[in-house]
Structures are given as C-alpha cells and as structure tokens.
Design a binder for this molecule. Sequence first.
Ligand SMILES: C[S@@+](CC[C@H](N)C(=O)[O-])C[C@H]1O[C@@H](n2cnc3c(N)ncnc32)[C@H](O)[C@@H]1O
Length: 264
Amino acid sequence: MSASAGILFLYLYPMKNKKRLTWWDLIKWGISDQLGRSYSSEEKSRFYDRLAQDFFHRDRLAAFITKIISDLHTNTTPYICERAAGSGIITEHLYQQGFTKIRTSDLNATQLLVLQEKMPEIKTVVEDFNFPLKDIHAKTFDVILQVGATRFMTKKGQIIYIEEAFRTLHNGGYILWPVIWAEMPMAWLSKGWNPPKTTPWGIKLLLEKNGFEIIENPFLIHGKIGLLTTTFLVAQKNENPKPKNIFTSFLDLSKKIKIRFLKK
Ligand SMILES: C[S@@+](CC[C@H](N)C(=O)[O-])C[C@H]1O[C@@H](n2cnc3c(N)ncnc32)[C@H](O)[C@@H]1O
C-alpha cells in the first residue's frame, strides 16, 4: 500500500508543480536516454540543461574542471576542445573564467542550439566523436575533454577518440576524463555485449596504451544527495608511456585515491 502511494506521489507531484524537477523527472529522463531520445528536440535539450544543473550539479563539476585546467596551464590561454559538449554547462563556466579559446562539438544540433544561445561567440560543430576529427591539424589543442558521454562511445570509437586526442594535442597536452560510475550500467544496457570501457582502470589502461600518462585521479562525490561518484582521470600526452596491465592499473588508482565532495 505504502509503495503504491509512493509511486502515485512520484507520478502526480510533477503535474502539480510543473516548475520544480522531481526524481520522477530524473527516472523518465534516464529511460529516454537509454532509448536514445533525450536530445532529439530543442525542448528536450532545454530540459536536459535544467536536469543536469539541478540533479547532477554540473556547474560544480564545471568549477572543478576549470580549477584543474588553471592549475595545469598557468601562463597561457589553453586551446580547449570540448566534445559532446551538450548544452554547454561546462563550456559556459570555462568561458566565464577566461578560458575563451574553446572548440565545442556534439552529435545533436539541438544541444548545441542551447549552448549557442548562452554563448553565441563560441565555435560549435556537429560531429560524432566515434570518428576522426575532420579538418583538425596535428598538435592543435592543449586540452581535450568530454563529460558524461563515455556511454555513447562505441568500442572502436573509444579507441579513435583517444588516438585523435593524441594526434591533435600538443606534446605535453592533457586529456580530462571524468569516469562517471553511473555510466557503467547505462553503457552495458544500451551497448549489450560490446560496450566501451567504462571502469576507471579500463579507461586508464586504454589511455596508457595509447600514449598518455595518468598524473592525477581524484574521486569525486557530487550531484543531489551525492547521486554521482566519479573517478576523474587527468592524463598527459607522453611520447614514451610505460605500458601497464589491468592489475597494476587497478592498484595504481586505488593507491593514489583522494576523495573530494564537490560543494557550491
Ligand atoms: C549527458 S550529456 C552531457 C553533456 C555535457 N557534456 C554536460 O556535461 O552537460 C551527453 C551528450 O553526449 C552527446 N552525444 C551522444 N552521442 C554522441 C556522439 N556519438 N558523439 C558526440 N556527442 C554525442 C549528446 O548529444 C549529449 O549532449
């Protein structure tokens, strides 16, 4: 009886109070994300933008990323390539903090429309990150990142993403990879038996095999009531990487762990 009352409440509450997003909205978004329908219209993209701020506290992750980039590059304005940039929550924060050299891209034009409304001066490109970067010369960027989109990579596309990062980054450039743990089951559900690597140690190993060295891997707790946990991999392009195996990769990440709660 109490369970059905709870479900009824979750269902009716958003109807009564259209303005505030509820946990039921989050569940509905999760289902539509799995069905590949979350970003198919402008209205859905605007809804994602609100949900990401309210539930995932993306602005706090954006502040954390901005701080990481500031600490990496102290003297110059780095050229940042943000892939799967979505509605631009991370982009906007970077831009406001003076990181104005940014190239953003996403598969869905509706997401980029929301981004452009906020920042008309930012260059946006519609592209699939599972394929090579068109028209970008080698050694162009200082930083490459994506947030919350690992689950949309194909197994092969994930390798292409890393190889392209290696090619287009300057020597010593950085790839930032927040490995959001909630993406693991989402990738397994949507990609079946052939998912991309979604664990921090699996992604760390892939990066190491393709010319990157992990220099930091803080563990973040963020989102409403600590909804999300993330192993944040900061990897530097390194022409002479030391090859590892999955066991040492796992041990490395466990040894150097630093836990951070992302607050306002
Ligand atoms: C959860 S959202 C994250 C958006 C943004 N990075 C953020 O943190 O708010 C995932 C994004 O990945 C994009 N995406 C999905 N598949 C993609 C692909 N194959 N190539 C590039 N972007 C993709 C979606 O359009 C969406 O904007």
